[in-house]
Design a protein around this ligand. Structure first.
Ligand SMILES: [Zn+2]
Length: 118
């Protein structure tokens, strides 16, 4: 992996890092991170299920709402070197390894190709 100098002492950043490490006070909380890419999306309106089951939610008919998902990669500066890809919205959250993100990307490409067939 290619590295570049960091303004923070003691470590170098990968070339993809755009994090402001000066603002990350505790060394164990420091993350290399790409810039956030914001993606506008439509999501189904979800209403909480009022039954005794815990954590279940239901789609509210055909209603949709506009929101944004943030897509970002990050990696701890110290310790575990795993690079995580995060897709986060107000109510949804996916945090997967780069390899898993690539598999999801391939699956989405195949799905979209299938949907675009005449
Ligand atoms: Zn960094």
């Amino acid at each position: 992996m290619s590295l570049k100098n960091s303004s923070a002492a003691g470590y170098a950043c990968p070339l993809w890092c755009a994090a402001d490490h000066e603002g990350q006070e505790h060394p164990t909380d420091r993350y290399h991170a790409t810039p956030h890419v914001l993606v506008p999306v439509l999501v189904p309106v979800v209403v909480p299920d009022r039954s005794p089951r815990v954590g279940k939610a239901e789609r509210a008919g055909e209603s949709v709402e506009a929101t944004e998902f943030s897509v970002q990669a990050s990696q701890r500066v110290l310790g575990d070197s795993t690079i995580w890809v995060t897709i986060a919205g107000e109510k949804q959250y996916i945090d997967v390894t780069v390899e898993s993100a690539a598999r999801l990307h391939d699956a989405l490409s195949q799905l979209l190709d299938r949907l675009r067939r005449p």
